[in-house]
Design a protein around this ligand. Structure first.
Ligand code: NAP
Ligand code: MG
Length: 496
């Protein structure tokens, strides 16, 4: 399959990418580069600069200084306009966004197309918030003072310098989730994107600058997690870390943040349940479960990797799910018929294959998939396992691959069904498939997750808070709560 990328994309890939610090491109202080690979072809498509601790120091210093610069004195309306212009610029580059997302991450073309749209929608939503950040006046009794002798109010202020560390699984989207509310709140930013998909953050920084975000407000240091990422998480000049990635690295972030007790928000892993009741409309539940488990090749935190289906419909459901999986075309994102692309890397492909082998050793029954559909690229067929039990590795571990483990239930007690669904250290997302209102609403309250869908899985909207319970994270992104992550409250009492 050959696909000619546009000239803009070609030019972008051919650049010798540097670090974006203080509004300009810089070489890393200790020179070094890493190849950027297209997981569908295994070919090197670009390179990224390897930033280290000294570059993080420079970026943090620039972000600190920028808090006091023109950014700090912009009116809410001005900041909102900058964000709206930023959204327009992204829209005007939508083809570049699509092609870079497909090349860097391997995602199917239609998902690539969603990245630019998602970014501009997200920015416009938070542009609206700039003019709505407000405190309260409060009825303080102020040591016995009469109301007319005292004014008590709160100010909502930017938290300061934010360090953002992002994963590779949805480039552009994962970055804009941080960028939009950080800029809307008036904070400044140092971003360390994932080494496996670093190009999105660089382009987003460049366009922010073009839209009028002053120098130093938004810096990007590409590099490795253990060096650049760790330096950012531990930096005493950083007031807050916003992290999206694995639960394992999330724990390291918390430890690193302890030095200056910086604030931390975490969007971590998941093992989300999809619960299918006997009265569910299978014509919707089957494709719904397939999308929940296989979207982005299962490389998404909300992946519906644990399916629970009532025994009475288990055969019809699993037969349908396996058929849906087999019907999914797996191929390079630029092949427009492809619904699933490759997983991100050889390391990841090998890890998933090891988990499949373990599943079989532990007695899971493979209904479909598991093979490599192409000789080149890190492709894996979507895989469905039946006869799964709660102790199996594929039921317990986040796989981050296109693998669904099906378990059955024969209970009518919703609390016991929910206990099964909640039997995981994670609590990010989940869905319930039923036509019965009572079952739906009762189950919504029983599922221990930050997000629950009824007859849909992982619906996302800028206005809807998103984040995890238990080991899936701390805090909520999206919506007003997503803005609150970057604001601090000052209580003011005035007497005369
Ligand atoms: P990861 O290995 O945890 O890496 C995430 C980011 O952290 C990368 O930029 C990584 O840099 C960096 N990092 C690694 N070690 C670090 C350290 N010691 N200190 C500071 N930073 C460090 O996760 P991933 O493999 O990129 O992404 C997959 C995971 O992300 C899954 O668990 C998934 O569930 C989770 N995720 C969660 C959400 C959510 O919203 N809840 C969304 C998407 C993904 P390198 O690239 O150099 O390793
Ligand atoms: Mg890549």
């Amino acid at each position: 399959m050959t696909y000619e990328v546009t000239a803009a994309t070609r030019e972008y890939l051919l650049r010798r990418h540097g670090l974006f610090i203080d509004g300009e491109w810089r070489r890393p202080q200790e020179e070094g580069e890493l190849p950027v690979e297209d997981p569908a072809t295994e070919q090197v498509i670009s390179q990224m600069a390897l930033g280290g601790k000294a570059d993080i120091d420079a970026a943090v210093a620039s972000a600190r200084a920028a808090l006091k610069g023109p950014w700090g004195s912009m009116t809410a309306d001005e900041r909102g306009r900058v964000l709206l212009k930023y959204a327009d610029l992204i829209e005007s580059r939508s083809q570049l966004f699509t092609e870079l997302a497909v090349l860097d991450n391997g995602m199917p073309y239609v998902l690539g197309e969603s990245t630019g749209m998602f970014c501009s929608m997200f920015l416009r939503y938070y542009a609206g918030w700039t003019s709505k950040i407000s405190g309260m006046t409060l009825p303080s009794s102020g040591g016995g003072r009469r109301p007319q002798d005292l004014l008590a109010y709160t100010l909502r202020e930017p938290i300061g310098v934010v360090g953002a560390i992002t994963p590779w699984n949805y480039p552009f989207g994962m970055e804009i989730l941080k960028i939009a509310p950080v800029l809307a709140s008036g904070c400044t930013l140092v971003m360390k994107p994932a080494e496996q998909a670093p190009l999105a953050a660089l382009l987003l920084a460049e366009l922010a600058h073009e839209a009028g975000v002053p120098r130093g407000v938004f810096n990007v240091v590409t590099g490795l997690g253990e060096t650049a990422g760790a330096a950012l998480a531990a930096h005493s000049g950083v007031d807050k870390i916003a992290f999206t990635g694995s639960t394992e690295v999330g724990r390291l972030i918390v430890q690193a943040a302890a030095g200056n007790l910086k604030k931390v928000s975490l969007e971590l892993g998941g093992k989300s349940p999809v619960v299918v009741f006997p009265d569910a409309d299978l014509s919707k539940a089957i494709p719904g479960a397939a999308m929940a488990g296989f979207m982005l090749q299962g490389q998404n935190c909300v992946c519906g990797s644990r399916v629970f289906v009532h025994e009475s419909i288990a055969d019809a459901f699993t037969t349908g799910l396996a058929a849906a999986a087999k019907a999914m075309v797996v191929g390079p994102g630029f092949d427009r018929s492809a619904m699933l692309g490759p997983v991100i890397s050889k390391v990841q492909r090998d890890r998933i294959e090891r988990l499949l082998a373990t599943a079989e050793k532990e007695g899971a029954r493979r209904l479909c998939g598991g093979g490599r559909p192409h000789d080149r690229g890190w492709f894996i067929e979507p895989t469905v396992y039946a006869d799964c039990t709660p102790d199996m590795t594929i039921v317990r571990e986040e796989i981050f691959g296109p693998v669904i483990a099906v378990q059955t239930f024969n209970d009518h007690d919703l609390e016991r069904i929910a206990e099964q669904a909640n039997d995981t250290v994670y609590g990010l997302s989940g869905s319930i498939w039923t036509r019965d209102l009572e079952t739906a609403h009762r189950m919504v309250r029983l599922i221990d997750a930050g997000q629950v869908g009824v007859n849909c899985h992982a619906a996302m909207d800028p206005s809807m808070p998103f984040g995890g319970n238990k080991q899936s994270g701390w805090g909520r992104e999206f919506g007003q709560e997503g803005l609150d992550l970057y604001l601090k409250t000052k209580a003011v009492t005035v007497t005369w």
